[in-house]
Design a protein. Sequence first.
Length: 224
Amino acid sequence: MPRKRVAVLISGRGSNMTALIEAAKAEDYPADICVVMSNRPDAAGLAHATAAGIATVTIDHAVFGKNREAFERAMQRDLQSRSIDLVCLAGFMRLLTPWLVRQWLGRMLNIHPALLPAFKGLHTHEAALQTGVKIHGATVHFVVPEMDSGPIICQGAVPVHDADTPRTLAARVLAVEHRLYPLALRLVAEGRVRIESGRCFVAGMAGGDGTMIVPSAEGCEPSR
Ligand code: GAR
């Protein structure tokens, strides 16, 4: 099967982008990162992409002022000109209009730093600490017009520690994101993800490796 042609859209640091670029170096990976597109000329990830030999494009949303449609049409033209099959949003911090989302239904992925549907939007780690959840994490999902709401492809969970700050929690979640996004892209690019009634079903995947109890119940549970 030919490798899928992927565009990664970023707005900043680009560490998830780097994780995807690294994963795509493997001979058996089913996708090529063909372009990294940024809506901000100062996105640090652009330099990393260039250093990795990946084409970069900046489509500065500020140049288009309030004309969101013209901004998105410029992106769409570029994506089409490169025959892109799949789009990965990786810290891309612009809301997309239903028009652009519809062009990519089932072909646009996003990574979100929380276990959706909990903590949509921004400041997810602060929200997790404020509400006191004991398990937090990250989600890769297909993009639909409603923000942070599409069918979930995969999720990774981490414990929340009592001493966590938003920074320490973000770092723990980010490490999971870097494993999760390459996995999600692989599954989608291999055609193993079927969407049915708003749910993703993944062919040939086990359900995960066990239960996580936080705080750890070790030593507190009756021995079996
Ligand atoms: C990541 O934590 C990603 O999940 C988050 O932004 C960060 C980007 O980091 N995305 C969102 O909050 C989207 N709403 P990166 O640029 O190093 O990949």
